[in-house]
Write a protein that binds this ligand. Structure first.
Ligand code: G
Ligand code: MN
Length: 260
């Protein structure tokens, strides 16, 4: 059996064996430092290898369609955790879930969301946010616009993830139903040092604001990046500089406003 086949077999058992975990990383308001939401990030705790990063196993899950039940599990967990957040005194914070290509194109996605959102124990739809990569949206813009509109009609929010790398044109952004833009980490990485990155980030911020869309920077690791982003009107911040992804209870213990 190849290593990939071995992984596939192990992954198909991983859910039942409780080997998947979700880590949470806070996002903050760049103006007042208040925490505004959490991104949920999937982790696989392999019995022998320890924590396996998502890049390694997500592609295998996507090929094997295991990604659909896994995505459903992530969304259900997001709803549960939103409930716990509200109980802990953070009722307005959202939980963001990353969409895989298969899940985004799954015909049952909207129906599934509809099913888990209403009811007493479910969070308000606006506290659930789906992160959809710019490159995925742009693969088939017409189809994406239809799916995004149906999701937003439920009240669920949409963030366009990894923005700035997927060739969305200025004009297309206007047509994409979204609530937020996430600046790609590769642009944020050297925004304070590289004039090209700085110019691209500035124009994304100005375009997004022109369309009334807030911009959040991901992957902020250094104080100089943070200072650049704040002085260039970026609305939200996320990254190791503020908080690393952590299991829910650990994250909750450390949750608080940034000293801005
Ligand atoms: O954009 P995307 O959803 O693919 O990014 C999520 C990934 O980025 C996660 O695996 C998370 O652990 C990682 N991540 C979060 N914050 C930082 C950071 O500040 N720096 C780096 N290098 N990676 C980060
Ligand atoms: Mn993301």
């Amino acid at each position: 059996m190849s290593e990939r086949e071995d992984m596939m077999v192990r992954l198909s058992r991983a859910m039942g064996a409780g080997e998947f975990e979700i880590f949470f990383q806070p996002q903050y308001d760049a103006r007042n430092g208040a925490p505004t939401g959490l991104e949920s990030l999937l982790r696989w705790r392999h019995p022998e290898r320890g924590l396996v990063p998502p890049v390694v196993f997500l592609a295998i899950c996507e090929d094997s369609r295991l990604i659909v039940p896994l995505g459903h599990w992530m969304l259900s967990q997001a709803c549960l955790c939103q409930r716990r957040l509200a109980e802990a005194g953070w009722p307005d914070m959202h939980i963001a879930v990353n969409m895989s290509e298969t899940q985004f194109h799954d015909e049952d996605l909207v129906e599934f969301l509809q099913r888990i959102l209403p009811g007493d124990a479910a969070p308000a739809a606006s506290t659930i946010e789906l992160e959809v990569q710019e490159s995925l949206v742009m693969k088939d813009p017409e189809r994406s616009i239809r799916i995004l509109s149906a999701i937003r009609a439920l009240g669920v929010r949409i963030a366009i993830d990894n923005f700035g790398t997927g060739y969305a044109s200025m004009a297309s952004l206007q047509r994409i139903p979204a609530d937020k833009i996430k600046l790609d980490r590769s642009l944020v990485q050297n925004v304070d040092q590289n004039p090209d990155s700085a110019a691209i980030c500035r124009s994304i911020v100005s375009l997004a604001h022109g369309l009334n869309l807030p911009v959040i920077a991901e992957g902020v690791e250094r104080i100089e990046q943070y200072e650049w982003l704040r002085s260039n009107d970026v609305d939200g911040l996320q990254g190791y500089l503020f908080a690393r992804p952590a299991p829910f209870d650990d994250m909750l213990r450390g949750l608080g406003a940034l000293p801005i």
